[in-house]
Write a protein that binds this ligand. Sequence first.
Ligand code: PLP
Length: 357
Amino acid sequence: KFNFCAGPAALPEPVLLQAQQELLDWGGRGCSVMEVSHRSAEFTEVAERAEQDLRDLLMVPDNYRVLFVQGGATGQFSAIPWNLFGGEVQSADYIHTGQWAGKAIKEASRYGKVNIVASSEDRNFCYAPAANAWQESEKSAYFHYTPNETIGGVEFNYVPEVKAPLVADMSSTILSQPIPVEKFGMIYAGAQKNIGPSGIAVVIVREDLLERAMAGIPRSLNWKIAAEAGSMDNTPPTFAWYLSGLVFQWLKAQGGVEAMYQLSLQKSAMLYDFLDRSDLFSSPVDTASRSRMNVPFVLADDRLDARFLSESEEAGLLNLQGHRSVGGMRASLYNAVPVEAVEALVSFMADFERRVA
Ligand code: PLP
């Protein structure tokens, strides 16, 4: 069976097998990694290795801190203004590209002024605004965008060039391509797509930005406290951290993010090419903004939706239903989804189209 869920998503099978083997007896200790103190030397090694592997994979420069935090990407929607509005400027620029950008905007508006410098709401968020279609504000504490909108399947094909610290929600795209970390002030991602199980999120933040927190910031959202405590100011989700570490090792063995990027191009092109040839299925997203990770698609006759979903499920192609807020279908093609899954999906869709013609 192949899992196309948008998150929590499929994990690489070798990682799950290793975790299964180690579940009751982790490295001969006679207990699970979950039962070992987060302050022990053994767990410290797991935590440090995970951080180093992530740094290696993304080539994170030394002046950036890598944090493993709780509260998901949603926790970071609020953490960002709390951590960055403490200086002279309490306003920030945001690009609005859909549901996740929208949530981040709403949250930041509770703490300061949000300038929406570009939005694709005019066409129901089916594209990412072009680089020359917006201008950043004269003064802003940071500039936020969502490189990949998981629900809409809209991906930026460029990194915004801005003066303010660039902040990016990379929840559904991290580790799927090389990124110039040095162009960003802060990157965050919920783990449950390309990293590991839910319950942990990754923050990569430039060191100088640790000094801009608002007075009264909740302790659990404070990046500086997390950085100083090695992400262990309180008990971290140790199992999720361990499993994320196994995924990083798996990624390295696969050839790292460049290999994942090439695979993502191959997998998504296969599906988009089929959608563009099909009379029954189509993509609602502008060609230049189509996501490599999340591919929404619709049927020309939505009365066939239920049949498509039940037959695809029977064929072992799981979780193709689109997000409840937009309907239609969506195939998420994260790193752990093999090429064979997309081949099976395309061949099922072609067969379905023939049968209902
Ligand atoms: N941002 C993006 C782009 C997402 O896809 C998601 C979840 O799917 C979130 C934020 C929210 O993440 P979490 O559930 O970890 O808070």
